[in-house]
Write a protein that binds this ligand. Structure first.
Ligand SMILES: Cc1cc2nc3c(=O)[nH]c(=O)nc-3n(C[C@H](O)[C@H](O)[C@H](O)COP(=O)(O)OP(=O)(O)OC[C@H]3O[C@@H](n4cnc5c(N)ncnc54)[C@H](O)[C@@H]3O)c2cc1C
Length: 375
């Protein structure tokens, strides 16, 4: 029997675990995660906005493991003993014949410890619940969202939704250090998003940096200061700490550099996928997305089985159907299959895709109920 250990039960890890477990035979699959649930990250802003409850965006990993025939261990990975080929978890050690790192990403505060303590970030349903509770505190007057990428913009629209429903006025500011929000996106998307943010009375400050946070006071680079303010951090992510500490070759954001087969460079039998990995295409890593994490999970599963049988590994071929930038007031936008989409259609696509990709029937049912009735 060969042991395959997968670190991370998100989109990539779960896709690989299901496929490997389905192969049966001589492979025993163990999936490790520090959480007991799979959390559907693209729905986190919807939790903050109050459109869905956290339960509609998460599924128990224990139940999924039972249904699909792999083992699940609730443990936090702290390192990998490369000599002994074993994962070092907080609770136990897990020897492996082949390994898949699918541990996603975590916020990058660029070494600012005080910011790490005071700013809110969101990487799980629990984070979204905490953020929603903090936003509901009566004294909060201003919400500063740092980072004008797609998560920052999506989150800003959901924060507005939450407060509009509660009948509370709140100043919402997106602070972007670069000359423009959505820097890598086409011009028309930037214009559309800016126009929609204007309608929602969300202020966009470009070429502007967060200068500091102290006791509920937020200072911006231009000298502005806001009392009773809360900071949401959407300005950068990086590979998880244990992965950054490993002696692997790294790409941008400290993501683990992988070969075309998704094997970690110069490490036979060790693979990495999704947000934790840098699969380079035309000199840049693939963007962090559900589509790439899931398809890489399937490809890595096949290659792990081939590696264990002594077969030849196959290359991963990324296919990019496009993207949607969901916004809470139904004015989403995106480019799918080369078509420019605006308004309700991309909004509907966001929820239909979420429904299709939710891993458990019970989670799908909770999501449908929440979308139909609201909470
Ligand atoms: C708010 C938000 C909105 C998004 N919207 C979209 C969207 O609309 N469309 C899109 O395509 N993509 C979107 N993304 C990006 C997408 O969610 C990610 O690219 C995708 O989840 C990556 O999958 P993954 O398997 O690599 O990592 P994840 O899904 O993040 O899973 C990683 C897993 O590893 C576990 N883990 C991490 N460290 C450890 C450790 N030390 N020990 C044990 N377990 C560990 C985590 O608990 C987690 O379960 C969004 C992301 C966010 C945060």
């Amino acid at each position: 029997m060969k042991d395959v250990v997968i670190i991370g039960g998100g989109f990539g890890g779960l896709s690989a675990a299901r496929r490997l477990a389905g192969m049966g035979g001589e492979i025993r699959v163990t999936l490790l995660d520090r959480k007991e649930t799979f959390d559907f990250l693209p729905l986190l802003p919807d939790i903050v906005g109050g459109r869905i409850p956290p339960a509609a965006a998460s599924a128990g990993l224990c139940g999924l493991a039972q249904r699909h025939g792999f083992a699940f261990q609730h443990d936090t990975v702290e390192g990998i003993d490369l000599g002994r080929r074993a994962i070092v978890g907080r609770r136990s050690a897990y020897p492996f014949d082949a390994l898949l790192v699918a541990a996603g990403s975590e916020p990058n505060y660029f070494g600012d410890a005080s910011l790490q303590k005071s700013a809110y970030s969101f990487n799980s349903c629990g984070d979204s619940e905490r953020l929603a509770a903090a936003l509901s505190a009566a004294h909060v007057e201003t919400c500063v969202i740092v980072g004008g990428g797609y998560t920052g913009i999506e989150m800003a629209t959901h924060v507005r939704r939450r407060f509009a429903r509660a009948g509370r006025a709140l100043r919402i500011i997106i602070v972007e250090a670069a000359p423009s929000i959505l820097g890598v996106m086409p011009d028309w998307i930037r214009r559309y998003a800016r126009d929609n943010l204007g309608r929602l009375e969300i202020t966009v400050m470009e070429n502007c940096r967060l200068a500091g946070v102290a006791e509920g006071r937020v200072f911006l680079g231009g000298g502005e200061a806001f009392d009773n303010a809360l900071v949401i951090w959407c300005a950068g992510v990086q590979a998880p700490a244990f992965a950054r500490a490993l002696p692997f070759e790294k790409g941008p954001q400290d993501r683990i550099l992988v070969e075309g087969s998704l094997e970690i460079r110069n490490r036979p039998g060790l693979f990495a996928i999704g947000d934790a990995a840098a699969f380079m295409r035309r000199g840049r890593p693939l963007r962090m997305s559900v589509q790439f994490a899931r398809t890489q999970g399937a490809c890595a599963a096949g290659n792990i089985a081939r590696y264990l049988r002594g077969g030849r590994l196959r290359g991963y071929r990324p296919w990019d159907p496009g993207f949607v930038l969901p916004m809470a007031n139904g004015r989403s936008c995106g480019a799918v299959g080369g078509l420019r989409l605006r308004g309700l259609l991309p909004t509907a696509m966001h929820y239909v895709m979420s429904l299709m990709l939710s891993p458990g029937l019970d989670q799908k049912a909770r999501l449908v109920r929440a979308l139909m009735h609201g909470i």
